[in-house]
Design a binder for this molecule. Sequence first.
Ligand SMILES: Nc1ncnc2c1ncn2[C@@H]1O[C@H](COP(=O)(O)OP(=O)(O)O)[C@@H](O)[C@H]1O
Ligand SMILES: [Mg+2]
Length: 332
Amino acid sequence: MIPLIGILQSQKNPPHYPRFKQVPFLDLFIFSPADLLRFESHMHVLILRNENWIPQLLPLPQAVYNQVYTRDPTFAQRLEERIGSARVFNTVTQLDKWKVAQILQHSPLGQFVPKTRLYTWQAIPSLIQDNRPMIIKPRYGHQGHGVFLLKPDKSSWQLLQSSNKPLLTFTDEREAKKHLLTQFRKSRWLLQEFIVSDSSEERVFDLRYLVQRGSLGQWNVTGTLSRVALRDYFVTNICKTIVPVEQLISSTLKDELEEISLQTAQILHGEIGHLGEISVDFMVDDQEKPWIIEVNGLPAKEPFIFLKHPPTLQKLYRFPLEYAYFLATQRK
Ligand SMILES: Nc1ncnc2c1ncn2[C@@H]1O[C@H](COP(=O)(O)OP(=O)(O)O)[C@@H](O)[C@H]1O
Ligand SMILES: [Mg+2]
């Protein structure tokens, strides 16, 4: 019998991304958390049959590919109590950037992690006196919203949001402190060393490495791309263009980033939860040194569409299904 694999989505809609035409090696269905709560041993799901998603009542799956954006592992844990341990991935998808930074900082990859601190009120005076540009960003990602830069400028401070046009300018220290106290609430934000990207490039860019497990459970880099920022923006998530990484970095650096990405996945798996795919975002400074800017636990595949390379796209949709197959066929 071929294994039954569930894709957990917050809404039970057929996926709109490149349709799975056929996945002959497994039975694939879509379900939402609500479906699981309603019944004990069966669920109303959408199963893939001849390129169509058909409603059907089915037993619980043998493995689950979690596509719900959540920082809470309890749902995955409850599911695993019923279908067997280590059968759901990723158990958390909205990663705690503070936890990730700490784990990586204390690992052999520490040298690639920008200095990161939890934002506290006590940190504000030193933040202002440091005289170094600092990123202020949410501890839990909001998909690009709310990334600020506090930048000293002669005897004043500028607060920027996404673009290089200052949002606010503070001419004295007290004013700056007062504003920071009210705008950024404690513990929800991180302070991070600002990585100044290679000044020979006209626009800021980052490099995204998609790392996924395959049919034997091994980690692979299945896709890479680069996001080039809009002119006069310091963030790459409001991006103008997506290009192959080869257009911006040397093949030596490309290989180095591949190695760091694979190690990142290996280090975070287990420490964070059960992981089957992540993406690692890098920036490169003008010394050609790579820095890990973010690790994403629910990596979007849509940006890879812009590379116009169907085999890559096929691969990165297929890998998680192969990994689910691998988990489903493991002995309990
Ligand atoms: N330490 C940093 N140095 C320079 N740029 C940064 C830094 N941290 C974030 N950025 C910029 O801000 C963008 C968004 O930050 P990120 O940590 O990826 O948060 P999210 O994608 O969850 O909003 C990044 O893509 C990058 O362009
Ligand atoms: Mg990001």
